[in-house]
Ligand binder design. Structure first.
Ligand SMILES: Cc1cc2nc3c(=O)[nH]c(=O)nc-3n(C[C@H](O)[C@H](O)[C@H](O)COP(=O)(O)O)c2cc1C
Length: 501
């Protein structure tokens, strides 16, 4: 299994050592790497992808960063400074030799203010000027004058990107400790197909977040491999209808991202039809039903999954996900503009081990299993081979119980660190504690899905986390916060608890 890492060069010269406080304080502190690397200069150069920078600026602000924008003269031919000013709430910086601008936040102040500079898109022209150490405009001068790390996201025609001069400049920039995000592949605005596209704004945000986390936080889950299940499962009634539930997959995706940010290698098994973009650095496997999910989880945990190939998280080669089990299907995650998430070919080995049984410890490919998926408790006894016609006045479905994925994995692998999730509508604590014991879990995180303001499709959550008896603590409450924030807290709790084992 190979982790898809963001293509950032790693000559880190800017690391603030930050010791995370004990997790007793999680609910009361407002910790985030965003507060440690808050000030971001977003530089936009003259490329067709400049339109994506407006959305990227918006996402950075939503994620809690303070954003100031530099635009080259070329950039202003593609998108107006006014748009960026309106989005960021700050004046846009466009000129070096401007008396008025220098009287305000001049180039040196801007260079000192920045905790991080990201150039997106970076034109071939700007790459060349940076590689030469030129200082003939505001952007290049600020890059020379800053001690902040600079991330560069080049974007250009595929033939330009393949040119030896551009390659040489990119290598020079890597050697000078600039961090490069490789462009995505796919169809380009000019009609060409190949490498040179700017990654999607969400993927740029992921790259920034991951970079900031790596620079500022203790990597509590470094060297750990984690399998996470997310989303609902889909249980076929006939070829066009299915049984499912309201799970959006957001919590599992947020947790996958948080675990990568904490240093882990993450395989995310996604059930149902979740269309969320795959977090950067995460290996994604799509399945449909509970039975599919169990088989994928079993194989990932022991490392026996086969033919799993991860492409870049932002590549755009045409693909299909093929599933060769009960529900063979093709699944396309392409976005409208031609970009897409991950590409995996995944073939299941047949397995009939659905019954929870305690097994002898064996060496595992995984350290941690986290089950956030809302697995359907029941499936149809038999899916109809053809579409069922509405000829009957009423119809009834015969349902059979699905395998218990969490219990099966947990009881089969006693040495695995296992985290369960419980979504309950009543007696949350009692059900959660019962599950913790019955399924021999290390932790269980539970939320009350009867609350309208949190849970399923919401962007927020609030949780109680209960620990197995062998650990120091009994329970921790995570107050209502964004799912991203709750996920960061959970990743830290998991890392700290694993250390006590
Ligand atoms: C319509 C159009 C689209 C362009 N798109 C790109 C591009 O995607 N990437 C690139 O490197 N240059 C592109 N260029 C060329 C740059 O705009 C040009 O090299 C400019 O000098 C860049 O200046 P800057 O790096 O100071 O922003 C494009 C030019 C035009 C006319």
């Amino acid at each position: 299994m190979r982790k898809t890492l963001p293509n950032l060069s790693h000559n880190c010269y800017y690391k603030r050592n930050f010791i995370f406080p004990s997790f007793f304080y999680y609910s009361s502190i407002n910790y985030s790497y965003v507060t440690l690397m808050k000030n971001i200069v977003l530089a936009i150069t003259g490329g067709i992808a400049a339109y994506k920078s407006a959305i990227f600026a918006r996402l950075l602000i939503k994620a809690g960063f303070e954003v100031r924008v530099i635009m080259t003269t070329g950039a202003q031919a593609f998108i107006t400074p006014l748009t960026l000013q309106a989005l960021t709430g700050n004046e846009v910086h466009t000129s070096l030799l401007d008396e008025q601008a220098e009287a305000g936040m001049g180039h040196i102040e801007l260079a000192k203010w920045a905790d991080l500079i990201i150039i997106a898109p970076a034109s071939a022209n700007t790459l060349a000027r940076l590689a030469m150490g030129m200082a003939d405009d505001l952007l290049t001068t600020v890059c020379l004058a800053t001690t902040a790390p600079v991330i560069i996201a080049p974007a250009m025609n595929q033939q330009m990107w393949a040119h030896p001069a551009v390659n040489l400049n990119v290598q020079t920039l890597r050697d000078m400790n600039y961090y490069l995000i490789d462009p995505a592949s796919g169809e380009q605005a000019c009609g060409d197909v190949g490498a040179g596209r700017l990654p999607e704004p969400e993927q740029l945000l992921d790259a920034v977040r991951l970079f900031c986390a790596q620079q500022t936080t203790v990597q509590l889950l470094a060297d750990k491999t984690i399998v996470i299940t997310a989303g609902p499962t889909v249980e076929a009634i006939d070829p066009v209808r299915y049984l499912s539930n309201h799970s959006s997959g957001k919590m599992g995706f947020a947790l996958a991202r948080a675990c990568v940010e904490a240093g882990a290698q993450v395989i995310l098994i996604v059930g149902g039809k979740v269309a969320l973009p795959t977090p950067l650095g995460v290996t994604r496997i799509d399945v449909l039903s509970a039975e599919d999910m169990l088989i994928a989880a079993q194989q990932c945990v022991v490392g026996s999954h086969i033919s799993m190939q991860a492409n870049s998280s932002y590549n755009n080669d045409s693909h299909e996900h093929s599933h060769q089990h009960n529900h063979a299907h093709q699944h396309d995650h392409s976005h409208q503009d031609g970009s897409c998430d991950c590409h995996y070919e995944y073939e299941y080995e047949q397995s009939d081990t659905h019954t929870p049984v305690a097994a002898e410890p064996q060496s595992l490919a995984t350290d941690i299993f986290i089950s956030t998926a809302a697995v359907a408790d029941y499936r149809t006894e038999e899916a109809a081979p053809q579409k069922i016609k509405k000829t009957q006045k009423s119809m009834s479905l015969s349902l059979v119980k699905n395998p218990d994925i969490l219990a099966t994995i947990s009881l089969a692998h006693p040495q695995l660190f296992v985290v369960g999730f419980a979504a309950e509508t009543q007696d949350v604590e009692r059900y959660a504690r019962d599950k913790l014991v019955a399924k021999d879990l290390d932790l269980i995180a539970c939320n009350d899905v009867s609350r309208k303001d949190i849970g399923f499709a919401s962007d927020d959550n609030a949780m109680q986390v209960f620990f197995a008896k062998r650990y120091e603590h009994e329970a921790v409450t995570l107050e209502k916060a964004s799912k991203d924030k709750i996920a960061q807290q959970l990743a830290t709790i998991i890392g700290e608890t694993l250390r006590q084992r």
